[in-house]
Design a protein around this ligand. Structure first.
Ligand code: LR7
Ligand code: MN
Length: 584
């Protein structure tokens, strides 16, 4: 039942963090009220074949001179979202920019900042009509050391494809970039051409994207704020569909459906096919996932292009009423730099009386990089331990009930010992806003999480798994599944050597499982929806028995290959010791 899994590895502070788009198809239940699509219908008139026909004159005015460029074919590199390839002799520039930015800036530099985009919307989207008095909007783009042409193409795309009467401003917030062209007056000079529509403010020290966004929200002048990463291109008529649900209910946050922009060729590609909808969920280690929207959730809608509810979102791209965002405390200011803020905001919104909708008619392209090109700066040094995990800990300690916190600590056992700082203000906010508990959220909103990531049985053991024969530890070596497990020098930091054995016989590393076949001991994807496994650890003899194959995990004395062998409890090459890891 599980389809292709696409993932984006990021090297962060020695940890490997995988941001997943997980395309398994799960059908499940929920209900929505009939009123939501009745309200929708007011905006959908089917007779005309022209886009936004009733209020069309206004939208045309808003799109200005640039509109024909998108609707009529243009010639040139990357036009219509097509891939652009550099010449052989430019390979050096391409490689250099990729290693600096995680994306091929040399390629981007050859593509027009006003390039036309591939219209990836559902056909139905061209027939929706939106109110003429949609709220004024600030588009906030925070950036740290982004490529010049990529950042500015984001700005141009917003200016070109947003009705100007809704667009209050594009607010650029520089998070203390140190690249010369971003630092000097060049950017100030460039944005003069937008006659005040584009504003630039700067941090005086590195704050990280989370605090920088909260700062942007305070500074913004629009009634609604929309956040975009600094490497995006918005699609045709992207904004009105995002605003309509907020117009109806100011506590609704909306999320566009994200297309991929290739970081080498700048090709625009939909991530999913037309006929399937996905929404944001998570597993218990708090890695972000996307899951096919449960059928019942979709059946309550009349049209395939209507918004649907989602438990969470990827983080970067969304619209929200500004005052509402500030009322619920913006982001927890104790969250540093990157990660977890998407969950914090989602749990807060849902548990405290708001909702999140994903909007199929609003499409925005985002460049998925090959790696994270920046470090976390001085802020990271203020914390002991991995910063993203500390962020997660703050979020789950604030919003999870006790039972659910245990699942997080089972999956991330070292997190229990990390210093997350003071969360008393977050707890006070939760009480002040009279927020519901996490059980309610799991039952009513994120009910599809359990289907894939059931309750985790407790760990019997966790730590490094040392061989009884040599002073080495089981290690993934940072490989993704499927890969052979290996042994290497015990480093004591956990990460790829942090092995867990749970009460149901599952041996895991991170969110992956350790299994065995004829080739040897392997790192594998855990079977979705299961938490058990074949392993039995004998506390006396220290052998690890594979109950299905009825053999034991063994290390080859000469080759160091790991495999299953007929059990021999006296053979030290079959003996394994769990050793606790202490947080440094
Ligand atoms: O210290 C920093 N200061 C910044 O201003 C680090 C980053 N930034 C800027 C950066 O220039 C960019 O404009 O913040 C923005 C987001 O940073 P990215 O592009 O490095 O983040 P990402 O796309 O790798 O990761 C996702 O998760 C992040 C942390 O939780 C943010 O929420 C990102 O916005 C988010 N991106 C998306 O949701 C796009 C879709 C990805 C998917 C799936
Ligand atoms: Mn991004």
């Amino acid at each position: 039942m599980c389809g292709a899994v696409q993932y984006y590895p990021y090297g962060t502070l020695g940890n490997l963090l995988y941001v997943f788009i997980d395309r398994a198809n799960v059908l499940y239940n929920n209900r929505t009220t009939a009123t939501s699509h009745k309200a929708q219908e007011r905006f959908l008139k089917q007779s005309s074949s022209r886009e936004g026909h009733n209020q069309r004159p206004k939208l045309v005015d808003g799109l200005g001179n640039f509109e024909p460029r998108d609707l009529q074919p243009r010639e040139g590199p990357g036009e219509n979202g097509k891939p652009h390839f550099l010449r052989q002799e430019q390979q050096n520039d391409a490689d250099q920019s990729e290693s600096q930015y995680g994306m091929n800036i040399a390629c981007s530099d050859e593509i027009s900042l006003d390039r036309s985009i591939l219209d990836t919307r559902l056909e139905e989207c061209k027939h929706w009509d939106y109110p003429t008095d949609l709220p004024s909007t600030s588009v906030i783009i925070v950036f740290h050391n982004e490529g010049w042409s990529v950042l500015l193409r984001t700005v141009h795309s917003v200016i070109n494809r947003t009705p100007s009467y809704i667009l209050k401003e594009v607010l650029l917030v520089d998070d203390f970039s140190d690249k010369e062209n971003l630092k000097s007056g060049q950017l100030e000079k460039y944005i003069e051409r937008f006659n005040g529509k584009v504003r630039l403010i700067r941090n005086t020290q590195r704050e990280g994207l989370i605090r920088t966004r909260s700062k942007g929200a305070k500074e913004a002048k629009g009634e609604v704020i929309v956040f975009l990463d600094a490497h995006c291109e918005v699609n045709i008529n992207w904004l009105p569909p995002l605003l309509a649900p907020i117009y109806r209910n100011h506590k609704t946050m909306t999320v566009p459906v994200i297309d991929g922009i290739d970081h080498k060729s700048w090709e625009v590609r939909p991530v999913y096919g037309d006929d399937r909808h996905f929404r944001g969920i998570f597993e218990w280690g708090m890695l972000y996932k996307e899951n096919e929207v449960p059928m019942k959730e979709l059946q309550t809608r009349k049209y395939n292009s209507e918004p649907y509810k989602s438990p969470t979102h990827a983080g970067g791209l969304f619209a929200i009423n500004r005052e509402y965002f500030l009322e619920i405390g913006a982001y927890d200011p104790g969250l540093l730099v990157w990660g977890g803020e998407n969950f914090e905001l989602s749990f807060k919104i849902w548990q405290c009386g708001g909702s999140i909708e994903w909007v199929p008619c609003s499409k925005v392209g985002h460049v998925y990089r090959s790696f994270m090109p920046y470090n976390f700066g001085k802020l990271a040094n203020k914390k002991k331990g991995p910063l993203i995990t500390i962020n997660y800990k703050r979020v789950i300690e604030t919003w999870f009930d006790e039972k659910y916190k245990e699942y997080f600590y089972t999956r991330e056992p070292l997190a229990r010992f990390l210093d997350m700082g003071d969360i008393s203000e977050q707890i006070a906010l939760k009480e002040r806003l009279n927020c519901k508990n996490f059980q309610w959220y799991m039952e009513n909103v994120a009910y599809d999480v359990f289907d894939k990531y059931p309750e985790l049985p407790p760990n019997i053991h966790y730590g490094e798994l040392r061989s009884g024969a040599v002073n080495k530890c089981l290690d993934t070596l940072g490989h993704g599944p499927p890969a052979l497990m290996a042994i290497s020098h015990c480093h004591g930091f956990g990460n790829n050597q942090l092995i867990r054995l749970n009460a149901k016989g599952q041996l895991g590393v991170g969110e992956r499982c350790i299994e065995a076949d004829a080739q040897g001991i392997k790192l594998a994807f855990c079977r979705l929806g299961t938490v058990d496994g074949p392993w039995l650890y004998d506390e006396n003899t220290h052998v690890l028995l594979h109950r299905v194959h009825k053999k034991c995990m063994a290390l080859h004395p000469q080759t160091s290959h790991l495999s299953l062998m007929p059990c021999d409890v006296n053979n030290t090459y079959q003996q394994w010791y769990f050793k606790q890891i202490s947080v440094k």
